[in-house]
Write a protein that binds this ligand. Structure first.
Ligand code: AMP
Length: 216
């Protein structure tokens, strides 16, 4: 399957994409994770991306598309779940053209729907285990007690100012993709509220339907 997981920051894309990847043997491609890894490794790409990410702004399209092209080539354009990409119309157009050239169309776009008040609460209380990449929420999905506090990162862009910038970018640049995808792919909306297992279950049901319709 070739999937896009779509939704605002904090909708649970990262967590659900990891589960999807494990459950369906897909490669999880998160542009956010790739950028953070590049920043940590201090590569030229990381240094370029760092100043945008810190402020909650989007990294320019050419840089982001270039990174995705490299990764899709590596995995052979099949069995992937894209998380946090595409985020702009030019990125989406590039992706659709690229996949069409490879004769590898998207199976579906899964859109996680979460109300805005939940999003701010989720992001400001989110913590990431810097060793395993596991994502927690201090109230709703707390880290196990044996994970030392200094391993838990509060992302620099999960602070109030950057959160507001990211939400602004989402409304301006990313939300219009909904219409784009409805016209060009199978666009499935999933209620992203509630327990992680419940959301995962809803996604599983939707994918069973996509498969039944021959969308694999
Ligand atoms: P995420 O982990 O998906 O929330 O991404 C963290 C940050 O990385 C975003 O706020 C952007 O600054 C940058 N980023 C991730 N994916 C993209 C993308 N598709 N286009 C532009 N910037 C991105």
């Amino acid at each position: 399957m070739r999937l896009v997981l779509f939704g605002p920051p904090g909708a649970g894309k990262g967590t659900q994409a990891k589960r999807l990847a494990e459950g369906h043997s897909l490669v999880h491609l998160s542009t956010g994770d790739l950028f953070r890894a590049a920043i940590k490794a201090q590569t030229p790409l990381g240094q370029d991306a760092d100043r945008y990410i810190r402020d909650g702004r989007l990294v320019p399209d050419e840089v982001t598309n270039g990174l995705v092209a490299e990764k899709l080539d590596e995995i052979g354009h099949t069995d992937f779940v894209l998380d946090g990409y595409p985020r702009t119309i030019p990125q989406a157009e590039w992706l659709m053209n690229h996949l069409a050239e490879q004769d590898a169309p998207l199976s579906a776009v899964i859109s996680l729907v979460v109300p805005e008040e939940d999003i701010v609460r989720r992001l400001s209380r989110r913590r990431t285990d810097k060793e395993t990449g596991a994502i927690y929420h201090l109230d709703f999905n707390p880290p196990p007690e044996d994970v030392p506090a200094d391993r838990l990162l509060h992302r620099s862009d999960d602070h109030p100012e950057a959160i507001q910038t990211r939400l602004g970018e989402y409304h301006r640049e990313t939300q219009p993709l909904e219409t784009f995808f409805r016209e060009r792919s199978r666009f499935v909306e999933i209620d992203g509220t509630g327990a992680l297992d419940e959301v995962q279950g809803r996604i599983g049901e939707a994918l069973a339907e996509v498969r039944g319709l021959g969308g694999v």
